[in-house]
Design a protein around this ligand. Structure first.
Ligand code: MV4
Length: 495
């Protein structure tokens, strides 16, 4: 089938809503360098569609180039002309600026894949990356989805079902309802059993949506109703469950990776406790102040979980860690994550390359014991936001940009001086990552790098990050997920 036949025979394809197939821009590859593939190259993809934008699109484009694979980028009208698109071998417009009309439209992404003549799609993070229906459509269209099977994604995307799998794998979970709540009296009975406070969570939830604290029977009752309503409107799934509320937990997540041949490994953990309103600010590996026995048990638990679930490709098992270093599995992120670079730096493994290799059928031939956790890596997210104005988005033209460099510094970003940050998407403009032999040296290098940083024309989170790296609690590794809101009044918390 020719690409155009595919396009025109697809109901609701690119041409479905009037002006949409705006142009297929063939960008010339300015580098032209191809690297020979190692073994199994006959099965390796020749062309991959990058179904994302910005920083992560460029990260995937770079991984393709490193592997000698051609990349086809997609872009919305808001991203037309962006420099990073010229680093792909081809770029295809998929619609208007709003994500719902472009990056989230399955039919347009699939049409672009057919026009672009690719064998596989990398979804990045956000957008369609954890949409099991999209992964299933890819399979139907005989396009490899670079991620887990749609079955594993659906099983783990539902938090109640993920917890059941965790229990089956003998992975500790937070005591709670062990399933969806069916009526109020059941919830009251379970809450009395585990003790207040309790947390009501949406099984389809994410980012804290559909979450309510119940401190007594009355607030539990009202919380149940409002959580279910919020979840129903946000996720079209009003299912809720109950957990014991863990006070001031740390958020520690384990990077896992599994091939299509039954091999699964962990790439150690990341501490992502420092966050504000469910937006991570700082991520690091290894987690500070976590006893070696605990981290080994947590990492082993994560591997058991993915093996039991039949999960493949890169993924993350999220845990809460309480003050006594008990850990509890809470959910799986079935995608490459924003913070993956810290795990790449301590292990020396290129996660995005591995995702592509795994999807093409290559086996992982490592030994768990040979995967190092070397030194300390810390990432900060640079967002186009105004910390002095309730972190409101700060889109616009970057009139001046000086990025840090030097030993131990990595800058993953699609932006440049003269780039205009569009108002339609996530405010992440780049990730600054340092890697040093010790955590103290990483902190020193991060301070130096943040001091070198100069961005003008838009507001960024850089001033807040500079303060964090002078903060004694952070330096001591003594922060939890509630720290910013508890102690930093200007960030919207209640000091
Ligand atoms: C919790 C919790 C305390 N106890 N579960 C927030 C979003 C979702 N990913 C899980 N979340 C939490 N679950 C129990 N049983 C506290 C949080 C939580 C949190 C978790 C990870 C990172 C940041 C957070 C910020 C506030 C609350």
């Amino acid at each position: 089938m020719s690409p155009l036949t595919a396009l025109h025979s697809r109901p609701g394809g690119l041409g479905c809503s009037g002006e949409t197939l705006c142009n297929t821009v063939l960008a010339l590859n300015p580098i032209g360098l191809q690297v020979a593939l190692s073994k199994n190259s006959e099965k390796m993809f020749q062309r991959i569609l990058v179904a994302n934008r910005g920083e992560i699109a460029l990260r995937v484009i770079r991984a393709c180039r490193d592997l000698g694979i051609q990349s086809v980028a997609v872009f919305s009208q808001a991203d037309r002309g962006a420099h990073y698109l010229t680093l792909a071998d081809e770029a295809i417009c998929i619609g208007p600026p709003a994500a719902a009309d472009s990056y989230l439209m399955i039919n347009r992404i699939i049409s672009a894949a057919e026009i672009g003549n690719v064998q596989a799609i990398h979804p990045g993070y956000g957008f369609l990356s954890e949409n099991s229906h999209f992964a299933e459509v890819c399979r139907t269209c005989k396009i490899e989805f670079i991620g887990p099977s749609h079955e594993a994604m659906a099983k783990l995307g539902d938090k109640v079902s993920a917890k059941l799998i965790a229990k089956e794998a003998n992975v500790p979970t937070v005591p709670g309802s062990d399933g969806l709540l069916t009526d109020e009296n059941e919830a009251i009975r379970i809450a009395a059993q585990i003790g207040y406070p309790v947390l009501i969570k949406a099984t389809a939830g994410g980012g804290g949506k559909g979450m309510r604290i119940g401190t007594d029977e009355a607030s539990l009752k009202t919380g149940l109703k409002s959580a279910a309503l919020e979840a129903e409107s946000a996720f079209k799934n009003g299912g809720v469950y109950l957990e014991k509320y863990i006070a001031r937990p740390r958020h520690v997540e384990v990077q896992v990776i599994a091939d299509l041949h039954g091999n699964a490994f962990h790439l150690w953990e990341r501490d992502c406790s420092l966050q504000r309103r469910h937006q991570k600010l700082v991520e690091e590996s290894p987690a500070p102040n976590l006893p070696q026995k605990v981290r080994e048990a947590m990492c082993a638990a994560a591997v058991r979980l993915v093996k039991t679930a039949g999960y493949t490709n890169a993924g993350t098992c999220e845990f809460l860690v309480d003050a006594d270093h008990n850990f509890y599995f809470i959910e799986v992120n079935a995608r490459i994550q924003v913070e993956h670079p810290v795990s790449e730096l301590v292990t020396g493994i290129d996660l995005v390359q591995q995702q592509i290799r795994i999807a093409s059928g290559e086996p992982l031939t490592w030994k768990q014991k040979s995967i190092p956790c070397s030194g300390s890596a810390i990432e900060v997210r640079i967002n186009a936001e105004d910390p002095a104005n309730n972190f409101r988005g700060s889109p616009g033209k970057i009139t001046k940009l000086r990025v840090p460099g030097g030993p131990g510094v990595r800058w993953d970003s699609h932006v440049h001086e003269g780039y205009s940050v569009p108002p339609y998407y996530d405010s992440l403009i780049g990730k600054l990552i340092v890697h040093r032999p010790t955590r103290a040296e990483s902190i020193a290098t991060m301070r130096r790098a943040l001091a070198e940083f100069c961005v003008e024309g838009i507001k960024t989170t850089i001033p807040l990050l500079r303060e964090i790296f002078e903060n004694q609690d952070f330096i001591d590794g003594n922060v939890d997920t509630t720290y910013i809101e508890r102690t930093w009044s200007f960030t919207g918390g209640a000091k």
